[in-house]
Design a protein around this ligand. Structure first.
Ligand SMILES: Cc1cc2nc3c(=O)[nH]c(=O)nc-3n(C[C@H](O)[C@H](O)[C@H](O)COP(=O)(O)OP(=O)(O)OC[C@H]3O[C@@H](n4cnc5c(N)ncnc54)[C@H](O)[C@@H]3O)c2cc1C
Length: 313
């Protein structure tokens, strides 16, 4: 039998959609993907999610969301959707564990993944000094000199977290000022362990079995210098995880799903929530809000479908 609502993705968007769908008695099925809890599960410090004045860790926050969804009857499957057929209704899904599902409505909450530098050495030294997750790997850099790449909130927030372990954190930024929130910039400037390397990009990550140095290019002069570092944490933006929907859902040139103001995609009954379409706000609370909106629209769609059938059939 076709599921009422299948939610793809277990970040704040997907989990919020699951809470709302479960409370609407729709017995939603949520398929987690490989990053259970999504990107927020990668951070140790969430200070801006409403309701937690003392802050909360990312893993704790998603754990609470998951418990809340399950309490009302959401089913959460640890699996990865590998194929979708959206040209037929109910929609068809196949997963990496070999399961097949049919869905009357679908919420695409597949979020985004950290962008890579795409420089020589990055792939080879991944897990050997190159990382995209300070919470996961910071501990291994106790007493070491490391680099953080980027100029936004994540770069400074995670850089500050890394000062708990590292002897020095060098923030490498291609411009001469940060995009990050002023409060983070102030904290970073006040922290003795933080150092800023302006107008610089990494051309190569060097090391024999582990990161040893970086080739840095000055974006103004073009000069390349060798910079000693034993770790590199990359925070330079994201790519939406929408490959799964290519050729079926409308998306822009960067892969962000095109939606209307009510989060409807080009296919009736399919809604997008969170960083699959949001390239601007990139905050857990915003994704959670989108999850709520997408689910409320899915619920309305199901009710309409009961009376009028699937549009276009
Ligand atoms: C290091 C870091 C620190 C951050 N700190 C903060 C902070 O302090 N405050 C804040 O508000 N925000 C913070 N953010 C941003 C916040 O994490 C994101 O805005 C939020 O997680 C986006 O939620 P989402 O649900 O849209 O997508 P994501 O969190 O990206 O979740 C996407 C989900 O989809 C799943 N998925 C992908 N493809 C498939 C598939 N084919 N099948 C099944 N599942 C799939 C993934 O496994 C994942 O579970 C931080 C982000 C990072 C990286």
């Amino acid at each position: 039998m076709a599921e009422n609502v299948v939610i793809i993705g277990s970040g704040p968007a997907g989990l919020t959609a699951a809470i709302y769908a479960a409370r609407a008695n729709l017995s939603p099925l949520l398929i987690t993907g490989q990053e259970i809890g999504g990107q927020i599960a990668l951070t140790n410090e969430v200070e801006n999610y409403p309701g937690f004045p003392e802050g909360i860790t990312g893993p704790e926050l998603v754990d609470l969301m998951q418990k809340q969804a399950m309490k009302f009857g959401a089913r959460i499957e640890i699996d990865f959707v590998s194929e979708v057929n959206l040209k037929t209704h109910p929609f068809q899904l196949k997963t990496q564990n070999g399961l097949e599902y049919e869905a009357k409505t679908l919420i695409a909450a597949t979020g985004a993944s950290p962008r890579r530098l795409n420089v020589p050495g990055e792939k080879e030294l991944m897990g050997r000094g190159v990382s995209y997750c300070a919470t996961c790997d910071g501990f291994f850099f106790r007493g070491k000199e490391i680099a953080v790449v980027g100029g936004g909130d994540s770069a400074l927030q995670e850089g500050l977290f890394l000062t708990r372990f590292a002897a020095k954190v060098h923030v490498i930024h291609r411009r001469d000022q940060f995009r990050a929130q002023p409060i983070l910039q102030d904290r970073a400037r006040e922290n003795q362990k933080m150092n800023f390397v302006w107008n610089s990009v990494i051309k190569e990550i060097k090391g024999n079995g582990a990161v040893q140095s970086l080739a840095l290019e000055n974006t103004r002069t073009g000069d390349v210098t060798q910079f000693p570092a034993q770790g590199v944490f990359v925070y330079i933006g994201h790519t939406p995880n929408t490959e799964l929907f290519k050729g079926q859902l409308d998306m822009d040139e960067e892969g962000y799903l095109n939606v209307d103001e009510r989060l409807h995609t080009n296919i009736p009954g399919i809604f997008a929530a969170g960083e699959t379409h949001d390239r601007v706000f990139r905050q857990a609370v915003v994704s959670a809000g989108y999850g709520c909106m997408a689910q409320m629209e899915a619920e309305k769609f199901l009710a309409d479908m009961e009376h009028r059938g699937y549009p276009g059939k």
